[in-house]
Structure formats: C-alpha cells, structure tokens
Design a protein around this ligand. Structure first.
Ligand code: RP5
Length: 165
C-alpha cells in the first residue's frame, strides 16, 4: 500500500507521483531548506496509492502542515486530488515525464475546473524552484524572519545578473 515519512514541525508537504520526480523536486526541497522552512517529501501516487494519500493529507493537516506542493507527470492529477481533500493551498509542479515535453502534465494540472484551485507553476525545474519561493512568500505573510530571508534572497539574486561588457 505504500508508506510515508513525517518531519517534526514541518510546514510544507512535498508530494510526488513517483520517486522518479525527485531529481526535479529536490530543487524544491533545497530551496525550502535555504529559507529554513521545515518540510517533508514523499512519493505517493494519486492512482497507485489512493487510500494512503488521503490518509496522509488528513494526518499532515492535523500535524500542522500549512500547504502542499505536488509534482506529477503525464495525466497529472495528483495536485487536483490533494486539493480535493484539503482546504490548505495546493501548489503544483508539472513534471516533464516521458512524453510531450511535459505539456500533458502542465495542461492536466493547470486546467482545474472551477471550485477547487491548484496554483500551477512552470514545467520542470524552474517551476520546482519557483513553487518553493512562492510557498516561502506565502508563509512569510505571518513570519518576519522569513520575510527578511526572502528579501536577502532577492538581493543576492539581483547581484548575480552580470553587466554586459
Ligand atoms: C507520474 O508518472 C509520476 O509523477 C511521474 O512523473 C510519471 C512517471 O512515473 P514512474 O513510471 O517513473 O513511476 O505518475
């Protein structure tokens, strides 16, 4: 049936449809860590681990997870299924997966029918990174030290744009 890991005081739950999404979603985890945001990462498929996924979401909410970041490829319904089970914000990362350069993942994630929103980011690593930054920005709304960390990140990033010679 599958199982999952939990991290004490985690604020964010990263979910992937497969462990094969981890090379991309590692970036999300690393970016959250760089902001000092406690989080946990699990591979739980919407279609292969349907029961345990539902159980995880309920249990994660009860532990204090504030938002979920979901990654899936192909007919990517993980984020939509998670959103169906929680009122916490769901951020979604379409994976490039095995065909169509990830356009299948993007469209099946972003085209949620009205009523159950899923905030969808770019295909692949850019989206995986941006989902973490966006999560940090959301969590910073009630967290002054996180707000400062984001300002510092922005300032450092600006310095990396080299002037033309
Ligand atoms: C989706 O299918 C996963 O999210 C992954 O992106 C893709 C391929 O999964 P595997 O066949 O590698 O397990 O469910």
């Amino acid at each position: 049936m599958g199982t999952y890991v939990t991290v004490e005081n985690a604020r964010v739950g990263i979910l992937m449809g497969s462990a094969s999404d981890w090379p991309t979603m590692k970036r999300t985890s690393e970016m959250l860590s760089s902001f000092g945001i406690a989080h946990e990462s699990n591979a739980l498929s919407a279609h292969r681990n349907a029961e345990i996924l539902k159980q995880y979401i309920e249990e994660a909410e009860a532990r204090g997870i504030e938002l979920f970041i979901c990654a899936a490829g192909g007919a990517a319904h993980l984020a939509g299924v998670v959103a169906a089970h929680t009122e916490k914000p769901v951020l979604a990362c379409p994976m490039q997966a095995w065909s169509l350069d990830g356009l299948d993942s993007l469209l099946s994630t972003v085209q949620m029918p009205k009523g159950i929103p899923v905030a969808t980011f770019a295909i692949g690593s850019a989206g995986a990174t941006n989902a973490a930054i966006f999560a940090a920005q959301m969590l910073a709304m009630g967290d002054e030290s996180l707000k400062t960390a984001i300002s510092d990140f922005r300032a450092n990033q600006a310095k990396k744009v080299a002037p033309l010679e």
